[in-house]
Design a binder for this molecule. Structure first.
Ligand code: NAP
Length: 282
C-alpha cells in the first residue's frame, strides 16, 4: 500500500482509505461492514473516514466496535462536525460525542463537514482548542472552495489546515481547476470522496479506456479509478465498501501506479468540465 504525508500532519497515510457513509447499522449487513472495515485495516487501509452525521452517530459506533482492541496509533481516524453544531461550544461538544461513540481518546483529523452559518473563525478557534487539549491531532475542512480555504487559513492562529475533503470522481473533476492547485501550493491534502461517482463512468465510451488499462495491469476498473484519483502527491481517496470483497479490491489499488500515457488517456476520456458556480458537492 503506497503511503504519503497527509498534508502537514507528519503522518504517512495510505493513499486509499475507507469511507463509511450509508454503512448498514444493524443486522448481518452491519456485521459484514465491520468485518470489511477490519479486513481493510489488515490490508493497510487505516484511514477511516466518518462523521457525526452518518446514520446519526451509527457509523461512528460501528467503527468503534470494529476498531476495539486494535492499536490506536496505527489508525488514522477522521470525523466531521456538522455546520449546525459548529459554534465554539457546539464543536467541542460534538467532538466529545464523536470520541465517545468511536471509543477513542482522540481523532487524527477533525473536519468541518461543510461551511454553514457559523462564522468560520469560531469553529477554527474551537478546533485549535481541541488540538491544544489533545482531543484532535489536526484539523481540516470539507467542501471548501479557494475563498473558504483562504478565510479559514486567515482565521487560524497556530494550526495549519491538514486537508480539504472534496467530491472528486471521473465525472466530476472540477476540483482540479482551483482547489487542487491551491492545496498543492499550501501543503494541504486533498481527500477524494465519492470516488466512484454514481457509477456512470461505466456508461459511456470512457469505460473502454478504463477497462483496457485495467487489463494491462491485471487490475480492475475500480482500482484504475482509485489510482487515477490519487495520482497527485497530495491526493487520497476514501471509497466506502460495506462488503469484504469490495474492500479487498479497493486495497489492491493502493499499489497500482499508472503510466503517464495511461493518465493522459483517462484525462481525455473524462475531461474536466467547465466550472459553473461554486464547488460541486453532488
Ligand atoms: P463511493 O465510495 O464512491 O461508492 C460507494 C459504493 O461503491 C457502495 O455502493 C459500495 O458498495 C460500492 N463499491 C465500493 N467498492 C467497490 C468496488 N471495488 N467495486 C464495486 N463497487 C464498489 O461513495 P460514497 O460513499 O459517497 O463516498 C465515499 C466516502 O466519502 C463516504 O462513505 C464518506 O465517508 C465520504 N463522503 C464525504 C462527503 C463530504 O461531504 N465530506 C460526502 C460524501 C461522501 P458496498 O458498500 O456494497 O461494498
Amino acid at each position: 500500500m503506497i503511503v504519503r504525508p497527509f498534508g502537514p500532519t507528519g503522518r504517512d497515510v495510505p493513499i486509499v482509505g475507507q469511507g463509511t457513509w450509508n454503512t448498514p447499522a444493524r443486522g448481518e449487513r452491519a456485521e459484514e461492514a465491520k468485518r470489511a472495515l477490519r479486513r481493510g485495516i489488515e490490508l493497510g487501509m487505516v484511514h477511516i473516514d466518518t462523521a457525526e452525521m452518518y446514520g446519526d452517530g451509527a457509523s461512528e459506533r460501528l467503527i468503534g466496535e470494529a476498531i476495539r482492541g486494535l492499536p490506536r496509533e496505527q489508525l488514522f481516524v477522521v470525523s466531521k462536525v456538522l455546520p449546525s453544531n459548529a459554534s465554539f461550544n457546539g464543536t467541542i461538544r460534538a467532538c466529545e460525542g464523536s470520541l465517545e461513540r468511536l471509543g477513542t481518546d482522540y481523532l487524527d483529523v477533525y473536519l468541518l463537514h461543510w461551511r454553514g452559518a457559523t462564522p468560520l473563525g469560531e469553529t477554527m478557534r474551537a478546533f485549535e482548542r481541541l488540538v491544544a487539549d489533545g482531543k484532535i491531532r489536526a484539523l481540516g475542512v470539507s467542501n471548501f472552495d479557494v475563498d473558504d480555504l483562504e478565510e479559514a487559513r486567515a482565521a487560524l492562529e497556530r494550526e495549519p489546515i491538514a486537508c480539504n475533503q472534496v467530491l472528486y470522481h471521473l465525472g466530476e473533476r472540477t476540483v482540479e481547476t482551483h482547489e487542487l492547485p491551491y492545496c498543492r501550493e499550501h501543503g494541504i491534502a486533498i481527500t477524494a470522496y465519492t470516488p466512484f461517482g454514481r457509477g456512470d463512468w461505466a456508461d459511456g465510451d470512457g469505460a473502454n479506456v478504463i477497462e483496457t488499462i485495467a487489463r494491462t495491469h491485471g487490475a480492475t476498473p475500480h482500482q484504475v479509478i482509485l489510482a487515477f484519483l490519487t495520482r497527485e502527491p497530495i491526493a487520497f481517496a476514501i471509497p466506502k465498501a460495506a462488503r469484504v470483497a469490495h474492500v479487498e479490491e479497493n486495497a489492491g489499488a493502493g499499489d497500482l501506479r499508472l503510466e503517464a500515457a495511461e493518465i493522459a488517456r483517462i484525462d481525455a476520456a473524462f475531461p474536466v468540465r467547465r466550472r459553473r458556480g461554486g464547488l460541486p458537492t453532488l
